[in-house]
Design a binder for this molecule. Structure first.
Ligand code: BGC
Length: 729
């Protein structure tokens, strides 16, 4: 449909019809078993069901085709219904959780993964996903850190951009692609104390320089939607925040697509104490520019009245409705409301999708320790122990459309590689401590004590038999994701006890950590010979993990987020500011900025990760010592594989602006390149540095660079490398 035809359609629609295009209702209004991702209050009446412009949480080619047919028959202008779903890290084939994808430092792989998810979701009738989540996360207590690609604005920008491109492809009309939604705008990751839905207090420069960056970059790729966040920012809920939505999102970022609220967030402005009632909430959300009200009922209940009374102008309503109609049009729904869905087929896991997932898993694993080359595993007696060894629950709570039965467990994959006489499996302990609280409630198990005693004694037997114990520990997938904030970052006590008991047997211990958030691992590291972070790896989890354990692939993942010594360090991130009394690298540190009982920095820092081979960095240099604003300079370093195995290495570029009209972070990631090196081979890795890369939100409240000295590091993590220097004149 062309623009004129769309406008003509709009002019024919009744006020009620128009308002309803801005209403999204839960899929449970159409299908009883739809996924509910928030609290629902009451049911939509028949009119709302008949006219609501979109729904979420239902998928499946047959089901959606039927819903669409019935809906369009009833709709006065036969405008198709839009189906949205949280396809966060997989639809049928589940990839590593977004934090794991961040660890790949491979945006190309992430883009391919998003394209694969789009294809699967689309063949199941889905039109739009609520992804990518571009929230900057510096606090491991916040369970939704799992849904992010980490603590760094540059890495997050690369990943969010790659996801938008992968989901949407070149043209949204292509039925292999779906609409993306950049969320949660803005600064949802900065909630005080790491507590979900909590308020955020951010200065404008912190907001602009750090928190807004990844959303801004992703929006340059024209995502069809942006979602508001649940939090307040400096006292104003994001969903009613005109500064954020009108000034920044629409005016400065030039976003032209559909702005949707998060689940019930319009109505939640009443709880915040920002809106008096549902009508006031509808008014404030509309004034802030929110086009679609996801499930709160405020628009369906009061928007018509607000337009009739003139409080909201019909022009404003029309603009919002047109954006929604445009999105439907961009998806090709007016020409084909079913987007070539094959009713019989639907989405499924394929050999090709498994291959891509398996490769991504292997790329996402981060080797934190490898004492005396405990890894790769030797062909000897290996005992696989722990609650994650043979579980199919290797995906996060945000992969609900993927079926557990498709998942390959670690033990299944290991059994393919090693002869049965050479491996043993023991569960070792339960996944959780008794009465642990999860997003879904309290987990109580009858006979928990007896069960754990039995599991422990079986594990000890297996360990006595083995040469190496591969101990698979971690956090259950219901303990990260939405509404899963935690004040402790330790593994469950029952798992730590298992490690402790096994360590007394004196065998080599390789510990695998399955998690959606950074955990406190200092004590675990002491008792382990090797330690590998596996995230929540998804469908091909077992195979990807075994590719690395067996040495088929050398690990190449890097931490996208700092792992602390202790939870007391949170929020923790490498790109801190210097204080007036920085702690010296060595020597006396009285009266400096430090913890008396802990290091300042991370136990395992951002960008860190080991390989089975070793890499040597040498000859780091800059092409010139001075640069003016129209010029660029080149930073280069030689990287050599000095070990005896092929490996991938992520060379990282960090910059520090030494003096500014506002203080600048001690380091900021400005680029990275992942290269593959054969043993003994070397490569010169170069990055161009331009004036644009040196801009920040200055004391004059604008994006600019300032003349002065800059440090540069070309290195292996956020804490190493030789310091180089240049001047910007
Ligand atoms: C979450 C969003 C999600 C939405 C729809 C909310 O609870 O915060 O991230 O996209 O539900 O499922």
């Amino acid at each position: 449909m062309d623009k004129k035809a769309l406008e003509a359609l709009l002019s024919e629609m009744s006020l009620e019809e128009k308002v309803m295009q801005l209403v999204q209702i839960p899929g449970s209004e159409y299908e009883a078993d739809a996924e509910i991702t928030g609290v629902t209050r009451g049911q939509a009446d028949e009119k709302v069901k008949r006219l609501a412009g979109s729904t979420l949480g239902v998928w499946g080619s047959k089901r959606l085709k039927k819903i669409q047919e019935n809906y369009m028959k009833e709709h006065p202008h036969h405008i198709p219904l839009m189906f949205m779903l949280d396809v966060i890290h997989g639809h049928k084939t589940v990839l590593p959780c977004p934090l794991g994808q961040g660890a790949t430092f491979d945006p190309e792989a992430v883009k391919k993964g998003a394209a694969m998810q789009a294809k699967e979701a689309s063949s199941d009738g889905v039109h739009a996903t609520f992804s990518p989540m571009a929230d900057l996360c510096r606090d491991a207590r916040w369970g939704r850190i799992m849904e992010s690609t980490g603590e760094d604005k540059y890495l997050n920008s690369c990943m969010a951009t790659a996801m938008v491109e992968g989901y949407q492809g070149e043209d949204l009309k292509d039925p292999e692609h779906i609409a993306a939604c950049v969320k949660h705008f803005a600064a949802y990751g900065a909630g005080e104390g790491g507590r979900d839905y909590n308020n955020t207090e951010l200065s404008e420069h912190t907001l602009r320089e750090h928190y807004l960056r990844a959303y801004g970059e992703a929006i340059k790729k024209n995502p069809a939607m942006v979602m508001t966040s649940f939090n307040t920012i400096n006292g104003i809920p994001a969903t009613g925040n005109t500064f954020l939505m009108k000034k920044i999102l629409r005016e400065e970022f030039g976003f032209k697509g559909v702005l949707i609220s998060d689940w019930a967030a319009v109505g939640e402005m009443i709880n915040h104490g920002f809106a008096e009632d549902q009508k006031d909430a509808a008014f404030k959300a509309m004034m802030a520019g929110v086009d679609i009200d996801m499930t709160s009922g405020c628009y369906s209940g009061y928007l018509e009245e607000l337009v009739k009374s003139g409080e909201i102008s019909e022009k404003m309503l029309d603009e919002a409705v047109l954006r929604v109609l445009n999105m439907k049009n961009d998806l090709g729904l007016f020409e084909d409301p079913f987007r070539e869905i094959d009713m019989e087929e639907g989405a499924s896991v394929t050999e090709e999708s498994r291959k891509l997932a398996r490769k991504t898993v292997a790329e996402s694993l981060v080797l934190l320790e490898n004492k005396a080359q405990a890894l790769p595993l030797r062909k000897e007696r290996n005992a696989f122990i722990g609650p994650f060894v043979n579980t199919k629950r290797l995906q996060s709570s945000w992969a609900f459309s993927g079926e557990d039965e498709n998942t390959v467990t670690v033990f299944e994959a290991a059994s393919e590689i090693y002869e049965s006489g050479n491996i043993k499996f023991a569960e070792g302990c339960t996944m959780m401590d008794q009465d642990s609280v999860t997003a879904r409630g309290v987990c109580h198990m009858e006979n928990w004590q007896e069960e754990n005693e039995k599991l422990l004694s079986e594990a000890l037997e297996a360990a006595k038999w083995a040469d190496t114990v591969i101990l698979c520990l971690g956090e259950d997938s219901t303990q990260s994701g939405e509404a899963t904030s935690k004040a402790s970052l330790k593994l469950p006590a029952v798992q730590l006890k298992l490690l402790d008991e096994l360590s007394k047997i004196g065998k080599r211990i390789v510990t695998l950590i399955f998690t959606g958030r950074p955990l406190e691992l200092a004590d675990v590291a002491k008792l382990s010979d090797a330690m590998l972070v596996c995230w929540l790896p998804g469908t091909e989890g077992g195979n990807g993990v075994m590719d690395v354990l067996s040495g088929k692939t050398s690990p190449s993942g890097r931490l996208p987020v700092s792992f602390p010594y202790t939870v007391g360090q949170e929020p923790l991130h490498y790109d801190m500011y210097s204080t007036g009394r920085p702690k010296p690298a060595s020597g006396p540190s009285e009266y400096t900025s430090r913890y008396l009982d802990c290091e300042n920095g991370a136990l395992y820092p951002f960008g860190y990760g080991l390989s089975y081979t070793t890499f040597e960095y040498s000859g780091a240099s800059l092409s010139k010592e001075k640069m003016t604003s129209g010029e660029t300079l080149t930073a280069s370093v030689k990287v050599r594989n000095t070990g005896d195995m092929k490996g991938d290495v992520t060379v990282q570029l960090y910059i520090r602006d030494i003096t500014g009209s506002r203080v600048r972070p001690i380091r900021e990631l400005a680029g990275f390149k992942k290269i593959s090196l054969e043993p003994g081979s070397e490569e010169i890795v170069s990055f161009k540095i331009s004036e644009e890369m040196l801009r920040f939100w200055t004391a004059e409240e604008k994006w600019d660079s300032e003349p002065g000295r800059f440090n540069v590091w070309l290195c292996d993590s956020s804490v190493d490398g030789e310091t180089l220097e240049f001047r910007l004149d």
